[in-house]
Design a binder for this molecule. Structure first.
Ligand SMILES: Cc1cc2nc3c(=O)[nH]c(=O)nc-3n(C[C@H](O)[C@H](O)[C@H](O)COP(=O)(O)O)c2cc1C
Ligand SMILES: [Fe+2]
Ligand SMILES: [Fe+2]
Length: 402
């Protein structure tokens, strides 16, 4: 792997991690990249670093471009999370930067991680500018997209946005640009990234997009800290972020359940048939064999959710409790939901699922349906009816005719 020229005087010097498969619980079937960028002007600036084990790769790439890493004048730290900030201590030692530009929260966070108050921090705020020769770097704070320290940097002369985790995805590739990647794979990964990392901060994303519009920032390229550099599909990725952060969804239902002795599964199948009969796209997920972070990517744009669980010890099955807890933390909004499940004697599962719907502000379209032990033919007909009802409500909410 070599450093890559992105534009005159602007280089990718990051690292490709082909082998990572678990990123704090997020499954990364296609690996990832830790992008770091080097701007060579009158001043030489390094934007973000890499995960600690990739420090030597970063240094090798920097040497390819400028020889001695100590020629770097400034570090810009857009985000301190260890996948980008893990190598900061070693980089500071190797580079001896004159200044480290970052937000106040990033300074406090770096002190939290590295306990070095003596580093040459310079705090920046939205609107601050740094002249580095022919070019300028404009800073824009993006608090909670997706950490308190987060900001983005914009180079107006080149119309480049260096966007840290925003617009990124976990996707290892041998090439660096969006138009060199498989578009379907890329968009699957970028949606998965949004659903699992950015979704809770959708209101903040809307604010950042508004600021970008208000400041009339023109974007020729978006350079995130993971995955590909956007140059061909800039408009599409910005539009996708706008859509996702407004919680826009498609007319689509997910039946998500788990089961011990298959009664809840029978109910799930009947409900699925009901959705199908209304001509609405539907997908079926048994949680014990599903990947939670992949499933969140499906939840992102599905309008309707049908959750099923049997009652276990007065509660939900652990797989259902686990997924719904994870999902709730990601704060999906503007969904329609129904709950169902089989029980033996106390039957609390549906009530618990309805509470999760309330907590995610999901509109409950039916009070929920529980069946004692195994469902009868009549019960299954009712499940089908509930599926049809959910599908009709989904069509109505998405403005679909018929
Ligand atoms: C996706 C993600 C979400 C996080 N959400 C929170 C949060 O809501 N509140 C918080 O205090 N810290 C949050 N954190 C920060 C972690 O708790 C922090 O990085 C911590 O130091 C990790 O501890 P560990 O090294 O033992 O995993 C989050 C981290 C990640 C990666
Ligand atoms: Fe991050
Ligand atoms: Fe990251």
């Amino acid at each position: 792997m070599a450093a890559v020229r992105i534009k005159d005087g602007f280089y990718w010097v990051g690292a490709v991690d082909w082998n990572v498969r678990d990123f704090h619980g997020y499954t990364t079937h296609r690996g990832t990249t830790y992008n770091s960028y080097l701007l060579v002007d009158e001043k030489i600036v390094l934007f973000d670093t890499v995960k600690a084990p990739f420090f030597e790769t970063l240094m090798a790439h920097i040497r390819e471009v400028i020889g001695d890493p100590q020629k770097i004048d400034y570090l810009v730290i857009n985000h301190i999370e260890p996948d980008h900030g893990g190598a900061i201590a070693k980089v500071v030692e190797a580079v001896k930067p004159e200044k480290i530009f970052c937000t106040r929260n990033a300074r406090l966070g770096m002190i939290g991680y590295f306990h070095r108050e003596d580093w040459p921090f310079v705090e920046v705020k939205t609107g601050d500018e740094l002249k580095v020769g022919r070019r300028t770097i404009k800073f824009l704070e993006t608090p909670m997209v997706h950490w308190p320290d987060s900001m983005v940097s914009y180079i107006p002369e080149d119309r480049i946005l260096i966007s840290q985790d925003a617009f990124g995805e976990h996707y290892a590739t041998s090439t660096r640009f969006d138009d060199e990647a498989n578009f379907c794979e890329l968009f699957q990964e970028v949606a998965k990234y949004y659903a699992n990392i950015v979704l809770p901060f959708s209101p903040q994303v809307q604010k950042v997009l508004k600021t970008v519009r208000d400041l009339k920032l023109e974007l020729d390229m978006i350079c995130p800290d993971h995955g590909v550099i956007w140059r061909r599909h800039v408009k599409e990725i910005v539009e996708a972020y706008d859509r996702w952060s407004r919680y826009e969804a498609r007319p689509r239902v997910l039946v998500i359940y788990d089961t011990m002795w298959n009664s809840t599964e029978k109910m799930a199948r009947a409900l699925y048939q009901g959705v199908l009969k209304e001509g609405v796209e539907v997908e079926f997920f048994k949680l014990s064999v599903s990947d939670e972070t992949e499933l969140m990517a499906e939840v992102l744009e599905a309008k309707g959710l049908a959750f099923g669980s049997p009652t276990l010890n007065n509660g939900l099955l652990p797989t259902v409790a686990g997924f719904t807890t994870y999902m709730k933390g990601l704060r999906p909004r503007k969904k329609l939901g129904v709950a169902f499940g089989s029980y033996g004697w106390s039957g609390e599962a549906v009530k618990h699922l309805n509470r999760i719907f309330e907590e995610t502000k999901t509109e409950i379209v039916h009070e929920g349906f529980k069946v004692k032990y195994a469902p009868t033919e009549e019960d299954l007909r009712k499940c089908e009816e509930i599926g049809r009802l959910l599908a009709r409500k989904v069509k109505e909410a998405c403005g679909v005719q018929g």
